[in-house]
Write a protein of this length. Structure first.
Length: 207
């Protein structure tokens, strides 16, 4: 059994200033104000349209992210309708194989200290599930059948592609203090990264 922290990887090569310039060119078609484009006009223009709620313009750009988290978190991620998803499948992945180290990989719960009784009970439960899963596979049970006992804590990888408007919606919901702690754990880190590589678009979203 292996326990890891959640993580993510942006799969696109992001050039934030170029993205802003492209969005400005597209957005100014609506107002026929292309003649007002200058070397440094994009930030002011995009900031203005976002304040005015004209967010459809930023749908023209998308970003793909590989997220490593527990399966419980992915159940929340895939509720975002305007997106594309590709996820590690427990139907086809046989975790008792050498490829997976013959063990389950689990995401460490953020809400329990490692020395707490809650964490120790969680750990014991995960150990029992791993043993039962491997035993079932040994008995000839297929991975898609054995997955019925796999926990929400199981590590999974999901590639998420959203346009910038939907990423804004995602971050507003998933970095809120009302969001699930493990969803918020990865979403806050992602928002910080997005803010660092793309100016203006996410600056007004705080947690």
């Amino acid at each position: 059994m292996r326990i890891i922290e959640p993580s993510f990887e942006i799969l696109d090569e992001i050039k934030g200033d170029e993205i802003l310039r492209k969005i400005e060119i597209i957005g100014r078609v609506c107002y026929k104000s292309e003649d007002r484009i200058t070397e440094d006009s994009s930030k002011k223009f995009i900031s203005s349209i976002l304040k005015n709620g004209h967010e459809s313009v930023i749908e023209h750009e998308k970003i793909s992210v590989r997220i490593i988290c527990d399966r419980g978190v992915t159940h929340e991620i895939v509720r975002h309708r305007i997106a594309s998803y590709s996820q590690e499948s427990t139907r086809y992945c046989n975790y008792s194989n050498e490829k997976f180290g013959k063990e389950l990989t689990l995401i460490k719960p953020i809400f329990w200290d490692e020395n707490s009784e809650q964490y120790k009970l969680w750990l014991e439960s995960m150990d029992q599930i791993e043993k039962a899963y491997n035993k079932m596979i040994e008995m000839g049970v297929t991975p898609q059948e054995a997955r019925s006992i796999l926990p929400n804590s199981l590590k999974t990888e999901i590639v998420v592609t959203m346009n910038l408007r939907e990423w804004r919606h995602f971050f507003k919901l998933r970095t809120s203090t009302k969001a699930h702690p493990q969803m918020r754990e990865v979403a806050c880190k992602m928002l910080d990264k997005f803010k660092g590589i793309i100016p203006i678009i996410f600056d007004d979203i705080n947690y």
